[in-house]
Structures are given as C-alpha cells and as structure tokens.
Design a protein around this ligand. Structure first.
Ligand SMILES: [Zn+2]
Length: 477
C-alpha cells in the first residue's frame, strides 16, 4: 500500500506563516508580517512572505560584505553573532573571500532546501512538513537548557518547516539590539504584539540601512517595556514577558521576566486620563537621589509590584512631620488606590472600611487644626501598638466630647480588626493605606493647621542636632 508522501505538500503551505507556542518564533513571525506590511500574521500572502524573506536575505548579504564588525557599518554584522554564530554571514574566513563567494554562501544558507532533501519529520513547532533539522547556527537557544526538550538526543537540531525557520531568521528585526544580549517583548495579546513589533521593525530597518547601533538611550530593559505598554492604545488582555537573550558562542543565555495582565494594563493606563494626572507624582514617589523614578518604577513593576503602593505611601507621608500635605496628594492617592484595587485586587469592602476610618481620623485632625497632632499620629505608623493606642484614645475623646464635630467612634471594631488583628495577613499594609486615606482626606479638606510654622521650626532645630551629639549630652546628664 502506498502511503501518501508527506513531502509532496503544496509549496504554498511552506510560505504561510503560523503562530506557534514558541515565544521567539512568535516574535519573529510578527516581525516577518511587519516586513511584509501586514499586521496580522495569517494575512501575509505567500508572495508577501517570499518577498519579505528575500529582503532579510539581502540584508544579511549586505552585512556580511562589510566583513569587519568594528567598521562603521558593522553593527548588523556584529548583531548576527548574537543570533547566528559561525554562520556563513559572519564566518571568520569571510575576511579573505571575495564578494561573490560570500554572497553565494549567504544566499545558499538562507535558501529553502529542495523538497528532495526534506526529512520525514514534522516541524516541532507547528506540525507541518519539516524542511530540515536546525541547530544553533539558525535557531537561537536551540541548545540552551530551557529549550533542549525540543531537540531529541542525537539529532542535529529541531525539525522545522520553512515558515517557522524563517521566523527565527527574522527574529533580530523584532528585538532591541545592543550587539550583545538582545531584548524582546512577548505577549499572548496579539494586538500588542502586532503594534509593538511593527514599530520595532520600522526602527531596526533604519538602523540596518545605516549599519549602526541605536543611539537612543534606554535606561533599562524594564523601562523599555514600560514605554511599550504606555504607548499601546488598546486594553491589554494578557500579561507581558521581557526576554533578554543571547545565542553567542561565549554563552547562551535567556532571562525571562513577566508582568501579569493586571499590572501591565494598569501601567498602560497611567498614560491616559484620568490616571495620567498622577503619573508625574508616581515618578517622584519612586525617584531617589541618584536614580530617576521611572527606573525604579519599572523595576518594581517586574520584580516587586507591591512596592509601588508602598512607594506612594512613603512619598505622601514624607512631610507629615512638618504638617505639610503635598499639593499632588489627590492625584497620587487616587492612583495608589487604583493600584490597590486593580493590581493587588484587595477586597473593595475592606478598602471602603479603611477609607471610612481614614476620613474620621482626618475629620478629627482637621477639627483639632494641629500640625503637632498630625505629626504625633504619623509617628505611630512605625509601631502598631502605639497607633492602636492613639486611635483608641481618640475614640474615647470623640465619644466623651459631644461637641467635637465628630459623630460616633473614629474607628469601628471591624476596622480595628483590619488594622491590627494578627490573624489579618495584610494588617501592616492596611495601616499604610489608612495613613494614605487620612492624607487624601486632609488634602480635600484644605488642612492648614495654625501651628504649622511652629512645628516646622521645632523640626528644623532637631535636624540641626546630630544624633551622636544628643546621645553625648544625655550621657553627661
Ligand atoms: Zn513549523
């Protein structure tokens, strides 16, 4: 019985891109679609596909003919070492070869193998007929630990079809290139991929034409990801991964950092009303003396998202000692609460309880009209026992003084539980939110305590005294 030979497939099939589960293949496929001037991978026609692949091969030839990676136009050639080491494009022996020989070798390397040479194997990524086995020279990370499971032992590499293989050839167009490790963004949100990669491809094509590296400064890979998110127009429906990798001979590396959909979407919205109004304050809240806020914000987003809310809290309360409520309080507190709801997914009832307690405390402080009282309350944040005591004391005061302008207790029993119960896991965070709520409400009330100048002056005096001097005087007594 004659089995149909799987190799006799329609050649059009070998010119139709498909998206697979491999992030780097997907990035390459989108880059290839962008080169073919279409945003949807599936709508790239076989003619469009073949033309785009031809462009990529010609770019490789042009780069190879430069021969010297250190020359003024050598950047694309240098980049190829991080993707296709020891390939015909950048082989050491190229220095001694003439143009015709190099061109021929690169074109042959990038040619689709003749069907007679196709193995009896399916593409490991998409299941279509493979055109050969491919290893490190053609596919970044084919041999790295993380991707090794794709390569059966004893095989030359992964069995790949032509469109999947070409996706890897185009991969550099979809990355931020440094000459060393490359950076790429990946997401299962297809619209995000299409837009982000079309911008990246456009930029890289300009750089390829010049043969030079990107002169634009990027503070960090994480900042680059943040920028891409903030530029995206549609709601994100999936998280985003930041891949930093190299296929260089000196060592294959792959580092993956991820953002969940909720924080990716929240960061995206910080560039749009109403969240954009708080963004400058969010950066101020994250900046340190030697680092811009955007660097720390992007880093926190990837590595410790909960720190974003803490940074807002610290910033909003930093001047309470002087009785000063910052002018940007409303915007930043609003952004902070949106983060707590949308990213940390805190229970809305609990947030409402804490805000209600905060409003009561603010009303009491406003009625007292005292920077000294505000300072005393703020100082309790570091010690839960003191804060609890302070609140209980004010509860009693409020109950006793019928004319204090505060109705009912400052803090209810259920609120006390949220703030101080050892069984409540996030109690410390609830206390931070309480202070943010207090500050936000005081800002709304236009709190300007009469003793502010006095408190500030007292603080200035304290600041002039070196702590060691204070200890010295105490020791003398
Ligand atoms: Zn395939």
């Amino acid at each position: 019985m004659n089995e149909p030979d799987p190799r006799h497939v329609d050649t059009d099939e070998q010119a139709r891109l498909r998206l697979t589960a491999h992030p780097l293949q997907r990035i390459g496929a989108y880059a290839l679609a962008a080169l073919g001037k279409t945003s949807a991978v599936e709508s790239l026609t076989p003619d469009g596909f073949n033309a785009a692949v031809k462009t990529v091969t010609q770019d490789a030839v042009t780069a190879a003919l430069v021969r010297d990676t250190k020359s003024e136009q050598g950047f694309w050639l240098k980049t190829s070492m991080s993707f296709f080491p020891n390939s015909k494009m950048n082989h050491l022996s190229n220095a001694k070869k003439d143009n015709l020989t190099i061109r021929g070798a690169v074109e042959r390397w990038r040619e689709r193998p003749d069907p007679s040479a196709w193995p009896e194997a399916a593409c490991v990524l998409c299941g279509r007929q493979a055109v050969g086995y491919y290893g490190k020279v053609d596919v970044p990370l084919a041999e790295s630990d993380l991707y090794r499971n794709n390569t059966p032992r004893g095989h030359a590499g992964m069995a790949l079809c032509w469109p999947c293989l070409c996706s890897f050839y185009v991969l550099p167009y979809g990355c931020r290139l440094t000459g060393g490790p490359s950076t790429a963004l990946h997401s299962w949100d297809e619209r995000f991929m299409a837009r982000t990669l079309s911008r990246r491809v456009e930029r890289n094509r300009q750089l390829i034409a010049l043969g030079r590296a990107d002169s634009g400064r990027v503070l960090s890979n994480e900042v680059m990801a943040l920028q891409a998110l903030r530029r995206h127009e549609d709601r994100l429906i999936a998280g985003v991964e930041l891949l930093v990798f190299s296929n260089n001979n000196r060592g294959q590396t792959l580092e993956i950092q991820s953002l969940d959909q909720s924080i990716a979407e929240w960061l995206r919205r910080t560039s749009r009303p109403p969240y954009n109004r708080g963004f400058p304050a969010l950066l101020r809240a994250h900046s340190t003396q030697d680092r811009p806020g955007v660097l720390c914000l992007a880093r926190n987003a990837f590595r410790a998202p909960e720190q974003i809310a803490s940074a807002c809290g610290r910033y909003l309360t930093a001047r309470l000692d002087r009785g000063v409520i910052r002018t940007d309080t409303a915007e930043l507190a609003g952004l902070c609460f949106s983060f707590v709801t949308e990213v940390m997914r805190m229970n809305q009832n609990e947030i409402d309880e804490i805000r209600a307690a905060g409003a009561q405390v603010a009303a009491w402080l406003n009625a007292e009209n005292s920077a000294g009282q505000l300072r005393a309350f703020n100082a309790t944040l570091k010690e839960p026992r003191r804060m609890r005591h302070w609140l209980m004391r004010r509860n009693l005061d409020a109950l006793l003084a019928q004319d204090g302008g505060i109705s009912g207790p400052l803090v209810s029993e259920s609120q006390f539980r949220l703030l101080f119960d050892p069984e409540v896991e996030q109690a410390w965070f609830h206390r931070q939110l309480l202070i943010v709520s207090v500050v936000q409400r005081l800002h709304e009330l236009g709190f300007k305590p009469s003793d502010r100048a006095e408190v500030a002056a007292a603080m200035a005096d304290e600041e002039r005294e070196h702590p060691e001097d204070i200890d010295y005087v105490k020791g003398e007594e």
